[in-house]
Design a protein around this ligand. Sequence first.
Ligand code: ZN
Length: 276
Amino acid sequence: MKFVRFGPEGAERPGLIDDQGTLRDLSSEMEDLSGSVLSHLDDFDPRGLPAVQGTPRLGVPVGRVGKCICIGLNYSDHAAEAGMDVPSEPIVFMKATSALCGPNDPIILPRGSQKTDWEVELAVVIGRRCKYVTPAQALDYVAGYMAFNDLSERAFQIERGGQWTKGKSCDSFGPCGPWLVTPDDVGNPQDLTLSLSVNGEPMQQGSSSKMVFTVPEVISYLSQMMTLHPGDVIATGTPPGVGMGLKPPRYLRAGDVVELEIEKLGRQRQVVQADS
Ligand code: ZN
């Protein structure tokens, strides 16, 4: 099933998309799509839920995200374009949860940004608390999957000292969704095509089959170091075709339109704006 959170920013309501593509309101069944609700998403039956009129804004499809953990250079072909070796262990960094936003919200260029870049990624949402899980157990703890854009200000990320958090955490740098799709509707997470275009021009094209560390390996790895909680988001790395890898590099400017799609997980569309 496909779950959403719809409505104005900060006042989103839980919903689901039924088999006919109708958005239905889940507010009578739960307070939010967050916490322990994420462990039993299969229990909700769209029949009888009220249909939502119009086309409201979609927000982050999961509420109360405790942490957003990202994996760097997790596609061998992207590592090559970045001029980096394929890592021997997952490269792990954090994105501030305040960066997360809806799938079609604008991308806001932070003041002074010259090098804001795109990264389409498969994101995993944790459904149940886990620690020290094996790769064989790991997928039992997944609530679902969603499309993700791991936006990155490359100068903040690479040229300003420290590590990557500064360039990854700007407001609007984490569009999520449109949907949280349950595992039964996704099947094998290592067999999804990902694509991204800028102003209609194809930039990224990839397959999650090219991941260096698979989804279960990443969950297991992280769970050796920290407890993963319901609502935690893990972005699993990007395929090749980011702006930094082009010759010459190309970065986002106000007015650009970014569109991305992951098979079975839907499409996002963002218009780039300068910060006011
Ligand atoms: Zn990334």
